[in-house]
Design a protein around this ligand. Structure first.
Ligand SMILES: Cc1cc2nc3c(=O)[nH]c(=O)nc-3n(C[C@H](O)[C@H](O)[C@H](O)COP(=O)(O)OP(=O)(O)OC[C@H]3O[C@@H](n4cnc5c(N)ncnc54)[C@H](O)[C@@H]3O)c2cc1C
Length: 816
């Protein structure tokens, strides 16, 4: 049974009237943030806890710790978290009850074995200590397991379990040792922002003013958010685990049993005292307190309902047969908070000043240390030391309403141990945002996905009845359909919707100077476009943008749809007076035409002269196409002659009609994101969140070719240093000698059997007929012609570093 520790920390001490930062919430996450802030120098940090520390989900966690996560940087932070426990234990004098027993991930199907091979490959280049052991070896390390159920087992020596309450207190006491303060029975009951951006936080012990506030409200994250007027799409979920009575099999083993996860059986287990602890994520999630978490909920558990998990327990008892006969000592049903994709939501909230969150942390004992590290770096240094996009609160926007949050968080709970294949799209919370062409695309057999809440086409099947995907690690059924789309684009003309690109509008006097400052590349003259990286002060990539100059004081920036709120946050942070900025992504939908016949098609539906001489590569026009007002950018991401035609959403249907009518005899075909991603691969162009992300700088990624070195810009000093001193890793494009399967992302790249990098993205390049990948490798292996190997599902394939694009190397088609 979880224990409750209490401590009177106020001891009559008065709440200060001011602090640099106030952390709201004394669960494991808030305490870790307090610790890291104080450790890194912000000692004037105060944590407020409405009850005792741990009074949310932290006190009743199962305490399991492991490093595996779908995102490699989250895995890195989980590894950091586990390694931190000794430090806080020593500093605080408080035991965290760490049992680093090692942990196993057991695969009972071929698919789970393949999944684990992918994890092993990731671990290989991240330097994490994971190895495959046989089921027989597992039975030696864990005699309660029946090995006959398993194909293979991945072992991670870092895994184990700890005491959740002790760990939370260790963080808090270690924070105190570094100079921070925490106050219990001192909840935030309201907060208001002063004109200078600081926050007044009201508590029963007085009001405290702080430059920054961090919402670590855990089960009450939503309610703490409401105090500042924000809605967070997180949802507490009920969750069961059970603890057995003393078991002879456990005691007689004579040493601690390892932590373990059996994905297919959907259970996790570990030793608890002289018995076992076993938990499961049931197929039908039970969201808890959808309308809001009551303030009087304290150190409480929820009534157990074993019927909900009975089927899962049955499978578990087949795999751990001794447990079937064990007495059940306790059944814990407790709530903990999930985010829509299962990852935490952390960072500065876009549209707000000095307001930070670290919420939806559903594995606080695996991730809390890393979340604390990242948030403290972000607050103190202005940017985290590694890319934490997978946890950034800005990956959600207005579309992520509370209802949507509950639907997606429930889906995520249910899928916690369910395989998601690289080509699989998740079904819940769909059609949150659609364009006027949604039904038309579905009618044509579109298989859709959503990004930033908006539906977009992945590929077209032969009509709606045929529109389904078969989840697989191997080349899937979309392969031939995608080939057909690419053929149309490369040989005739194709069209793809571009509502999902982000669009940012800047107006006002001085906007050119401002853009010249924040963008590393050239800022074009009126009527022209330029590609540019945007860098952080430390020289890391923070954007890969197309700049369009509509007029001397009027610009549009086009970029990653997923990054639109993160970029909004970036632009609004230091926006000079007199310049207006608006995220206009939803105000501009559109269609990109690509292919050798795209000019002919466009000429048929506009009165403008769009000849090669009159409308050049990287020109832009504000004109009419198909009788509707548009902005046309003469660029393409397919590598063909192409035009991005943007219109207001209400004109999209008319524009699409015009294109379809005029394109009929030109063999016009709609195409989807899969085709586009394949075509850009054979051009060697990276994609934001894959190749381009703040883990890399402009020199490493090759984006330095777009830099205007003659001006000053954010990140220049660091980029000059990288250029002059050289970098240790470089982005490369490779062909891979493999049949029937392609990379997805995050596979290890090796040289003579030693990991030298990782795959950022890849797939099949249909036009050139090759399996291809992009990835970062140690600089000495980045030269064209270098022979490397890429690991795909445990097999190693030869790969060759290319000198340039595999298709249209000099860009003649695009510029034609
Ligand atoms: C049954 C179960 C098993 C679990 N097993 C594991 C596991 O094995 N491994 C793992 O890593 N994780 C596990 N978890 C998840 C883990 O418990 C959570 O990820 C973690 O506790 C989240 O911590 P937190 O600090 O974000 O939130 P919480 O623990 O909910 O803490 C929030 C704190 O904020 C305080 N607060 C709220 N509002 C205010 C306010 N207005 N003013 C001041 N204070 C406020 C609350 O009182 C509370 O103390 C489990 C959870 C459950 C329920």
């Amino acid at each position: 049974m979880p224990t409750i520790q209490t401590e009177e920390t106020t001891g009559g001490k008065k709440l200060p009237s001011h602090a640099k930062v106030v952390v709201v919430g004394g669960g494991v996450v808030g305490c870790s943030i307090l610790f890291h802030l104080a450790k890194f120098g912000w000692k004037d940090a105060v944590l407020l806890e409405r009850d005792e520390l741990t009074s949310g989900s932290s006190w009743h966690a199962a305490g399991g710790i492991h490093t595996i996560s779908s995102d490699p940087n989250i895995s890195r932070l989980q590894s950091y978290t586990i390694n931190l426990y000794k430090e806080i234990e020593e500093l605080s004098g408080q035991s965290v009850g760490l049992h680093q027993t090692g942990g196993f991930y057991a695969a009972s199907t071929k698919e789970w074995y393949d999944y684990l091979k992918g994890e092993r490959s990731k671990a290989r280049y991240m330097g994490l200590d994971q190895e495959f052991i046989s089921p027989k070896e597992l039975a030696e390390r864990h005699p309660l397991i029946d090995p006959d159920h398993y194909h293979a087992v991945l072992w991670d020596a870092q895994d184990g379990h700890l005491d959740p309450s002790g760990t939370t207190y260790a963080f808090a006491k270690a924070a105190k040792a570094h100079g921070a303060q925490y106050f219990t029975h001192c909840g935030a009951t309201g907060m208001t922002q002063r004109p200078d951006g600081s926050w007044d936080i009201v508590t029963p012990k007085g009001t405290i003013n702080a430059e920054h506030v961090v919402n670590c409200g855990g089960l009450w994250a939503r309610e703490v958010g409401h105090m500042a007027g924000i809605q967070l799409p997180v949802q507490p979920m009920e969750h069961h685990y059970l603890i057995t009575e003393r078991m002879d099999e456990v005691v007689n083993f004579g040493q601690q049993l390892p932590h373990g996860i059996d994905f297919e059986a959907n259970v996790y287990c570990r030793q608890e005292g002289q018995g076992m602890l076993l938990g499961t994520y049931e197929a039908q999630a039970t969201p808890w307190k959808v309308g809001g978490t009551p303030w009087d909920f304290g150190h409480e558990l929820l009534p157990p309902d074993l019927d909900r998990v009975a089927d899962r327990l049955e499978t578990a008892f087949e795999r751990l047969p001794a447990m079937a006969n064990a007495g059940i000592k306790d059944v814990i049903n407790g709530p903990f908070t999930f985010g829509p994709d299962g990852n935490p939501l952390i960072g500065p909230v876009p549209g707000m000043k000095n307001y930070w969150v670290a919420v939806g942390v559903m594995a606080g004992f695996c991730q809390g240390g890393g979340v604390g590290l990242t948030l403290a770096e972000w607050m103190i240094d202005g940017e985290p030391s590694i890319d934490v996009w997978a946890m950034d609160v800005a990956r959600f926007g207005e579309f992520a309403t509370p209802d949507w949050g509950t639907i997606k968080s429930s889906e995520n709970y249910e899928r916690r141990f369910v395989m998601t294949f690289p080509n699989e799209t998740l079904p819940k919370g769909r059609k949150q945002k659609t364009t006027a062409l949604y039904d038309r695309m579905i009618g044509k057999g579109a298989v859709m996905d959503q990004g930033f809440g908006l539906e977009h086409v992945l590929w077209f099947a032969d009509g709606p009845e045929d529109a389904h995907e078969v989840p697989s690690f191997e080349r899937n059924r979309s392969h031939d359909y995608v080939a057909r789309e690419i053929k149309a684009v490369r040989e005739a003309v194709g069209g793809i919707e571009i509502a999902n690109f982000a669009k940012h509008e800047f107006k006002g006097e001085g906007v050119r100077e401002y853009l010249n400052h924040i963008l590393a590349g050239f800022v074009p003259k009126p009527g022209r476009l330029a590609l540019t990286p945007m860098l952080t002060p430390k020289g890391k990539l923070y954007g890969d943008l197309t700049v369009a100059c509509l007029a001397e004081d009027h610009f549009m920036l086009f970029g990653s749809g997923a990054m639109q709120e993160a970029h909004r946050r970036w632009f609004e942070k230091d926006l000079p007076a007199g310049i207006s900025y608006t995220n206009v992504s939803d105000d501009w939908h559109g269609i990109a035409l690509s292919g050798p016949k795209s000019r002919e098609l466009l000429a048929r539906i506009t009165r403008d002269d769009v000849s090669a001489e009159a409308f050049k590569f990287r020109d832009l026009r504000q004109t009419f196409v198909g009788g509707v007002p548009v902005i046309i950018n003469r660029i393409s991401f397919s590598g063909e002659l192409g035009y991005e035609i943007y219109c207001k959403p209400q004109y999209l249907m008319r524009l699409a009609d015009a294109i379809e009518e005029a394109g009929a005899d030109l063999v016009y075909r709609w195409y989807g994101a899969r085709a586009l991603l394949s075509m850009r691969l054979e051009k060697g162009w990276g994609v934001w969140t894959m190749e381009y992300r703040p883990d890399f700088d402009a020199v490493e990624s090759g984006m330095d070719v777009f830099i205007n070195w003659k001006k000053d810009f954010v990140g220049k000093e660091a980029t000059l240093k990288a250029r002059d001193e050289g970098v240790s890793q470089k982005l490369v494009t490779m062909t891979i000698d493999v049949e029937g399967i392609d990379v997805a992302h995050d596979e290890a790249i090796l040289k003579d059997g030693e990991p030298v990098g990782y795959v950022s993205s890849g797939g099949y390049a249909h036009h050139v007929g090759k399996s291809m990948a992009m990835g970062y490798v140690a600089a000495e292996f980045a030269d064209p012609g270098t022979k490397l190997q890429v690991e795909i599902l445990g097999n190693f394939y030869d790969a060759l570093v290319l000198a340039g694009p595999a298709y249209d190397a000099n860009g003649a088609n695009m510029r034609s």
